[in-house]
Write a protein that binds this ligand. Structure first.
Ligand code: FAD
Length: 542
């Protein structure tokens, strides 16, 4: 075992200090009663009501503010930014962009230092692009997350703003915070708009006959696709880009200084080791142009075995092909972990740039969501992402540290070997198959927190949904994969088995394992399966 390069337990990538956690220990698991009460009165509905009941005609003022959050780090096709810009132009006032760095929120939500680093790298580029439009991006660090509503309201006051815009974040804490901001803005005569922009089809549109969120994927996906195809211009249209402020804003005493607030290179408690930072820059490059290039590669070029693991997604040598491009053969190849078969737009898609919408739009005018084509299969995966956001919005318990199926809250878990390679394979963001392999046997639904601290694209809805799916405590359970037919994936990441060929690679016998220094199974799967069935039938049982 000494040659093993990385392990789940020994793969920390950051210098994340204990200080932040030591001084701030938020409760991450709500009581079942609190979760049930929140399910019964979802905060998303409260926010939508607060927006609806807000100020219809705002007071006159000097500016409009767009509050950018970590989930929408892009200038193009950004609904709230676009609306804010149009409002500013209509009233002939400057548009100002605000970004609040909130380390307490990051600690509370297990944000990975890699994700913070990725955010800062992108913010720096966004600041430059906005400055070309004479739009200031003002960054501010708020050490006390409870003070954020007041801070936003004071900022609006300081600029004599009459409108604030943001895209909705669907997690419970964020929704409650935004309700407070809506109410505070209303009392000041300021209009507050919170727009849907995370999903292709926003939560609340695809619902069951009883007007509830779906909890089963297949009927959800069918309804999602028909909604989408019934109104392609609405769902897939590009929001207009922001328009430039007058250059005179730079000389204004009120706005000029906002151009000077720097985007920090790192934030205390969330720093990356320089080597990991350099690797992340290579594997997950920042910027909208790179994101479009990554998407273009997926749509136009073939997969390559040399692109296994943590590599530059835009490395030269990709071969263009109409018939064998990654998206065209996605249905047949997506589960393979031994090549770059998936899009690798995971951080791209959810945090910024070509978000899920524009990615979907790139495929066709009428969206194919069937199982028999690569494009259709891929669109189905994008629908999974929307599905999990709808689950989070409709059943907010899952963002409160509770399982979707409350009765499985006390099931006991245990765990084992090859699957651990999955996490180490693509540091920052394993592919769906790698993640499912990792999830297949280790600590189950509660492990989402561990992974959130490592993922560059850690997203509560997808991560929690993926974990609970793997653990059978969530919606639509029980995966299986034929992920590594060549064995290259295992050989790459488990050097002890580097010389093994054939079926032994996937299931080394005790004699082979002992000879090669590979550990014997920690878990006997047959016995573990019996135990798991027993525990699911009787949660809490030994
Ligand atoms: C245990 C587990 C944990 C996960 N944690 C996260 C997470 O923290 N953040 C995150 O963004 N995704 C998560 N996923 C979903 C998925 O694995 C990642 O989005 C993946 O990194 C996407 O890689 P890709 O862009 O190459 O995918 P592709 O195969 O190209 O899929 C295209 C897009 O569809 C969506 N998608 C694909 N598979 C899933 C899925 N299973 N669930 C939800 N959306 C999906 C993603 O937006 C993805 O970019 C998790 C999956 C599992 C099984």
């Amino acid at each position: 075992m000494s040659k093993r390069p990385l392990s789940l337990a020994a793969s920390p990538s950051s210098k994340r200090t204990r200080t932040a956690a030591a001084t701030f220990n938020p409760r991450k698991i709500a009581s079942s009663a609190a979760a049930a009460a929140t399910d019964a009165d979802p905060p998303l509905l409260k926010l939508l009501k607060a927006v609806k009941d807000g100020v219809p005609t705002p007071k006159k003022g000097d500016s409009v503010v767009y509050w950018m959050r970590m989930g929408d780090l892009r200038i193009s096709d950004n609904r709230a930014l676009s609306l804010a810009s149009a409002h500013a132009k209509k009233d002939n006032v400057p548009l100002v962009v605000l970004f609040i760095l909130s380390p307490q929120d990051w600690t509370a939500h297990d944000r990975a230092p890699r994700r913070i680093d990725f955010t800062l790298r992108n913010l720096a580029l966004i600041k430059l692009s906005l400055a070309e439009l004479h739009i200031p991006l003002h960054t501010v660090t708020q050490p006390n997350r409870r003070a954020i509503p007041q801070q936003v309201l004071s900022f609006l006051d300081s600029l004599n703003a009459f409108a604030v815009y943001a895209n909705i974040e669907y997690e419970v804490d964020e929704l409650r915070r935004d309700v407070a901001i809506c109410n505070g803005a209303k009392s000041k005569g300021i209009s507050a708009t919170f727009a849907h922009d995370k999903c292709v089809v926003e939560p609340g549109v695809v619902v069951t006959g009883q007007n509830k969120s779906y909890a089963v994927y297949t009927p959800y996906q069918k309804a999602w696709l028909s909604k989408l195809n019934a109104n392609i211009p609405y769902y897939l249209e590009d929001c207009p880009p922001p328009r430039a402020n007058s250059e005179s804003v730079r000389g204004s005493p009120k706005f000029g200084a906002l151009f000077d607030t720097p985007v920090p290179v790192s934030v205390a408690g969330f720093e990356l080791d320089p080597a990991d930072r350099a690797k992340m820059e290579e594997v997950w490059p920042a910027g909208e142009t790179k994101a479009q290039d990554i998407l273009h590669r997926f749509i136009r070029t073939k997969s390559r075995s040399c692109q296994l693991g943590a590599v530059d997604p835009l490395a030269p040598g990709a071969e263009e092909s109409d018939k064998r491009s990654r998206i065209v053969v996605y249905d047949a190849e997506r589960d393979r972990a031994d090549r770059d078969t998936t899009s690798r737009i995971r951080c791209v898609k959810f945090s910024f740039m070509c978000n899920a919408k524009s990615a979907t739009r790139s495929t066709a005018r009428k969206v194919d969501g069937g199982k028999t084509t690569g494009i259709g299969r891929w669109v189905q995966e994008v629908a999974w992402r929307d599905f999990y956001v709808c689950v989070l919005a409709g059943f907010p318990r899952v963002s409160m540290g509770r399982p979707f199926l409350e009765k499985y809250a006390n099931v006991r878990w245990e765990g084992p070997p090859v699957e651990e390679t999955a996490y180490t394979a693509t540091p920052g963001s394993p592919s769906p198959t790698e993640l499912a392999l990792a999830a297949a046997n280790i600590e189950k639904w509660k492990s989402d927190g561990y992974f959130m601290e490592k993922l560059i694209d850690g997203d509560l809805a997808s991560n929690n949904g993926g974990w609970q799916w793997c653990a059978s405590t969530g919606v639509d359970p029980c995966p299986y994969f034929r992920a590594d037919p060549t064995g290259n994936f295992i050989r790459q990441w488990v050097p002890e088995l580097g010389a093994v060929r054939g079926p032994d690679l996937h299931d080394p016998s005790a004699s082979i394992a002992t000879k090669l220094g590979y550990p014997l199974p920690v878990v006997k799967h047959n016995e573990a399966r019996d135990r798991a069935i027993r525990r699911f039938k009787d949660p809490g049982a030994a």
